[in-house]
Design a protein around this ligand. Structure first.
Ligand code: PLP
Ligand code: COI
Length: 365
């Protein structure tokens, strides 16, 4: 592996960007991940040169040889993060260093060269600076950033690629779920699992999401919004959703979330919620919780609220849980008071309306 960094980032502005009036129209109410900004960041890696040719340029298509490794063996990783409009008009990223470090961990797990943290940060910051007019200003809206890395060597041998392309694209987003902030219904997947011990559950690699699609399709067929996955060994412990971590709120005001044992993604929102809740004086446990206990506690009223969280989903209340052996509603099936309070605390901090005691905002100038 070659850890050389041969270039600093160059900027080539788009010769024909989206016109201002059209951009304003697109920013009104963007559907998640369908609208994209004018530019993208790219950095290339080869064993001979290390990281080189870092640039911001017009967003455009890639061209690949049909034998390109990522197309066959899915050697790919990605990140998800957001830039928020601040009250004074500036842009700010939320804990981007945490995304950079998770990207390095994902790279190591997928036998890819870890991108130096400074280069990850510079690419994301520079793209947001260049496309700052694409950050929507509405409450809860943001510019979603998708850094990713793919194996680009054209060879069919089963081996780590010797060449990679890292890229960041940007997409203005509002709410992840259609219908906005309403509580979601979950489908308990008893047939499919997401990740097993020793697998890639704690890496953010495309393969994990490909493997979750059949379960997600089943959830939709059953009239649910999302899958909740159970552990692969005992098929008993609640792990996470297809793209979100999960929290439970009990009658004594305490919170619980499944521990990071290697099979779930260490969410940055999850970590932030734990810290914000503890700042509020609440008790947060990182302990296993079984699906049967979840049903029993929802039925007895010991469980008062449950919510999912992630960069895309922010904080999303969970109303009802269904499965072949489960069917229960949490409280009145709506948004719990603590769920709403934690969501507001997180958004207030991200959108610059509240104090930032942990230095999580990375303001761009
Ligand atoms: N779990 C999975 C499987 C995810 O894809 C995500 C989203 O990135 C999360 C949890 C939440 O992580 P974060 O809060 O860092 O976005
Ligand atoms: C994110 O929240 O950033 C994710 O990557 C989750 C995905 C389901 C959109």
């Amino acid at each position: 592996m070659n850890n050389n960094v041969v270039s600093t980032i160059s900027v080539e502005p788009h010769a024909n960007p989206v016109a201002a009036a059209e951009r304003e129209r697109l920013l009104q109410d963007p559907v998640f991940g369908r609208v994209f900004s004018d530019h993208m960041a790219t950095i290339h890696y080869t064993e001979a040169l290390g990281w080189h040719d870092a640039r911001i340029g017009p967003r455009g298509a890639f061209q690949f040889d049909p034998a390109t490794l990522v197309l066959h063996y899915a050697q790919e990783i990605f990140e998800g993060m957001k830039a928020y409009r601040q009250p004074d008009g500036a842009a700010a990223l939320f804990r981007p260093g945490a995304n950079a470090r998770r990207f390095q961990n994902s790279a190591t797990r997928l036998a890819m060269p870890p991108l130096p943290e400074a280069l990850f940060l510079e690419s994301v910051r520079e793209l947001v600076r260049v496309d700052r007019n694409w950050i929507p200003a509405a409450e809860g809206a943001a510019l979603y950033l998708r850094p990713f890395m793919i194996a680009t060597e054209a060879v069919l041998g089963m081996k780590p690629s010797s060449e990679y392309t890292y890229c960041v694209i940007a997409s203005p987003v509002g709410s992840y779920f259609k219908g906005g902030a309403r509580a979601v219904t979950l489908w308990v997947s008893d047939q499919y699992t997401r990740a097993a011990p020793g697998g890639t559950g704690d890496a953010k690699c495309g393969g994990n999401y490909a493997a979750s699609l059949a379960a997600q399709a089943e959830a939709i067929r059953e009239g649910c919004d999302q899958v909740v996955f159970l552990d692969a060994v005992e098929r008993r412990w609640v792990e996470e959703l297809g793209g979100m971590n999960v929290f439970f709120v009990f009658e004594d005001g305490s919170l619980q979330t499944p521990p990071l044992t290697g099979t779930i993604l260490p969410g940055i929102t999850r970590d932030s919620i734990i810290i914000l809740a503890r700042d509020m004086g609440l008790t947060v446990r990182e302990e296993p919780y079984s699906i049967d206990q979840w049903q029993a506690d929802a039925t007895s009223g010991r469980l008062r609220e449950a919510f999912a969280c992630g960069t895309a989903a922010v904080v999303t209340p969970i109303g009802t849980v269904k499965g072949r052996q489960h069917n229960f509603t949490i409280a009145d099936g709506g948004t719990g008071a603590l769920t709403a309070r934690l969501k507001a605390a997180l958004l207030d901090l991200q959108q610059g309306r509240a104090a930032d005691p942990h230095g999580w905002l990375d303001r761009l100038v």
